[in-house]
Design a protein around this ligand. Structure first.
Ligand code: HEC
Ligand code: HEC
Length: 325
């Protein structure tokens, strides 16, 4: 069993489980005479303990049904440990596991809903994105699986990217979105504390703010620009427009994952950021991933103009999705 860090615990659990049953039977066996002791001529033996001068404790035998109940419980326990996984790494004669049961149920469920997804098999992601039925499924899947991080309107929050604004850390093509959902993403901005002091970080932050046209101090921007060229262009590019291959955001578009204030930018520079989108390929089926890819893609891509009949149905949610925050 992979849950154990080493073999010791498997043996420990087996010994405690079997030992408990053996101990129980041993106790019943050694006490058998005492249990069946018949009081001689209605006289009940007492334990010899006396309280308050005349209060004695009688030593009545335990009823026979009680003894039997215990023996049956022990027999049940041994039978159970033989059939089911209860002894360390032993899997049990029936080979039951709750993970296996879950997998079986999931496979059954997937098979039952398969026909609903079958009609999307031959469609491309943009085509699925226009299908009203697919949009409905996509939205529900999103609410169930993604909204706890990206919020129910998919507009995200600090650290969780907005998925409706056509501004992408890792790419907004159907392929890139699908890869994000399947494999997850890890955005790492390294900390610069060791080589950049807070004052210099403030200057760089002023320059970064100026890239998005936010208010900034021209002298500090001038100093910051020099340092930006030294430390930041490798990932964010000479023009600050970012690089989707390493998940480095565009710093010129006034869209912020962590906020546009100097304090927030200085914090990013000095402490770095380590942000992770979990992989979903083991949680969702390939069908569900395709529908979700299409749904997310549709949030920032207008439906195909060559197909007006279907576009209309899909247009409403797509437009409300791209609305400014
Ligand atoms: C546990 C939180 C969490 C959950 C759940 C989650 N995400 Fe994410 N997601 C993130 C984070 C954090 C990032 C940003 C990663 C980074 O900084 O590089 C992200 C990034 C993304 C991106 C890339 C955005 C870009 O700009 O390139 C997409 C697309 C995305 N998520 C879609 C989804 C979908 C669809 C789901 C549901 C299947 C989902 N996420 C579930 C946390 C989450
Ligand atoms: C090794 C590549 C790399 C280098 C070098 C780098 N960054 Fe980053 N930066 C990233 C990544 C990746 C992210 C996204 C982190 C995340 O997904 O949470 C990021 C995020 C940021 C953000 C947050 C943007 C937002 O939307 O809130 C700012 C600001 C930033 N970087 C500025 C800088 C500055 C200034 C420098 C130079 C001192 C720098 N970066 C150097 C990779 C880098």
């Amino acid at each position: 069993m992979s849950d154990f860090v080493n073999g010791f615990w498997g043996y420990f659990i087996s010994i405690v489980a079997v030992g408990g049953v053996v101990w129980c039977v041993w106790l019943l066996y050694t006490q058998r005479r005492w249990l069946s002791a018949k009081p001689a001529s209605g006289q009940v033996e007492d334990t010899g303990h006396v309280w308050d001068g005349d209060l004695t404790e009688l030593n009545n035998p335990v009823p026979t049904w009680w003894t039997w109940m215990y023996l049956l419980a022990c027999a049940f326990a041994l039978g159970y440990l033989f059939l089911m996984p209860g002894l360390g790494e032993y899997k049990g004669k029936l080979g039951f596991s709750s993970a296996g049961e879950l997998e079986q149920q999931q496979a059954k469920m997937a098979e039952a809903v398969r026909p609903i997804y079958a009609r999307f098999d031959t469609m491309t992601v943009p085509q699925v994105a226009q299908d009203p039925g697919a949009r409905e499924i996509g939205q529900r899947l999103f609410l169930n699986t993604c909204s706890q991080c990206h919020r129910s309107d998919a507009k995200g929050g600090p650290g969780y990217p907005n998925l409706t604004d056509d501004d992408w850390l890792h790419g907004g093509s159907p392929e890139a979105i699908m890869q994000t959902i399947k494999e997850g993403r890890h955005g790492i901005m390294p900390p610069w504390k060791a080589s950049i002091d807070p004052k210099m970080a403030g200057d760089i932050a002023q320059y970064v703010r100026s890239l998005s046209g936010l208010t900034s101090d021209p002298i500090r921007v001038f100093r910051g620009k020099r340092e930006f060229a030294n430390f930041c262009v490798a990932c964010h590019g000479v023009d600050g427009k970012g690089n989707q291959l390493v998940g480095a955001p565009n710093l010129t578009d006034d869209v912020w994952l962590y906020g546009s204030s100097e304090t927030s930018i200085v914090k990013t520079i000095l402490d770095g950021r380590d942000n992770q989108m979990p992989a979903h390929e083991h949680i969702l089926t390939p069908d569900q991933i395709k529908i979700l890819t299409a749904w997310v893609w549709g949030l920032s891509n207008k439906p195909d103009a060559q197909n007006p009949a279907q576009s209309q149905a899909a247009a409403a949610p797509a437009e409300s999705g791209t609305a400014k925050q």
